[in-house]
Design a protein around this ligand. Structure first.
Ligand code: SF4
Length: 208
């Protein structure tokens, strides 16, 4: 592996994040939950932030929401090792509260670099936080979902957070399956062109 290898660069970034103290969330974390999965995945998922189980195990989506996400992936013919999963913030907000704007702002550089290095054709945003961050919208997830949005040479497909499906039942589960089917269709029918290579500062500007 050379320093040019995206997987090697991703490992370096993870190492950097593992000692990050750029926001208050470092104070209560047990581990930094950087992300997991195929580092060359066509499909990347972005959730909100680690919960208790994720914080303890250092892996994203390992609790009940994670089990549901695995089931949803199976419904569209995919497995966890084939995709990459991460979150908007890499450290657990205390008591599983929502991440705050300054925490998201402090952490977003890691996410942008992850997307650049993994280079997925489709990013599925799980819930409001990742959807609003990437698409720079204030429109809620219920109205945003169900469509693929062109985004920096790839597509963003917003859907509900699995926790919402656990709360709201089968209707939300089926809508999420529909969104994942859409994501798979976009990958199969419309291979993403080579993304532009803006500098990290320019990309971060996107999210300001
Ligand atoms: S949440 Fe992100 S910015 Fe905040 S301490 Fe953790 S890794 Fe650093």
């Amino acid at each position: 592996m050379t320093s040019e290898d995206p997987a090697a660069k991703l490992r370096l970034l993870e190492k950097q994040a593992s000692i990050c103290v750029d926001c208050r969330l470092h104070e209560g974390r047990k581990t930094v939950v950087f992300g997991a999965g195929a580092t060359d995945a066509d499909l990347m998922f972005i959730g909100e932030g680690p919960g208790q189980h994720e914080d303890e195990q250092g892996l994203p989506f390992v609790g009940r929401s994670g089990q549901l996400l695995s089931t949803l992936l199976e419904r569209v013919g995919l497995t966890r090792p084939e995709v990459y999963i991460s979150n908007v913030v890499k450290c657990r907000p205390p008591g599983n509260r929502d991440p705050r704007p300054d925490e998201i702002d402090a952490c977003k550089g890691y996410l942008i670099e992850q997307i650049k290095l993994i280079d997925p054709a489709v990013v599925v945003t799980l819930g409001n936080f990742s959807t609003k961050l990437l698409l720079k919208t204030q429109v809620g997830i219920t109205r945003m979902r169900g469509q693929a949005y062109p985004w920096w040479g790839r597509h963003v497909v917003p859907t509900f957070h699995p926790a919402a499906a656990l709360r709201n039942g089968e209707r939300v589960v089926e809508e999420m399956v529909g969104d994942l089917q859409l994501a798979v269709q976009v990958i199969e029918q419309q291979p993403a062109p080579a993304p532009p290579e803006p500098s990290v500062p320019q990309q971060i500007e996107l999210f300001s």
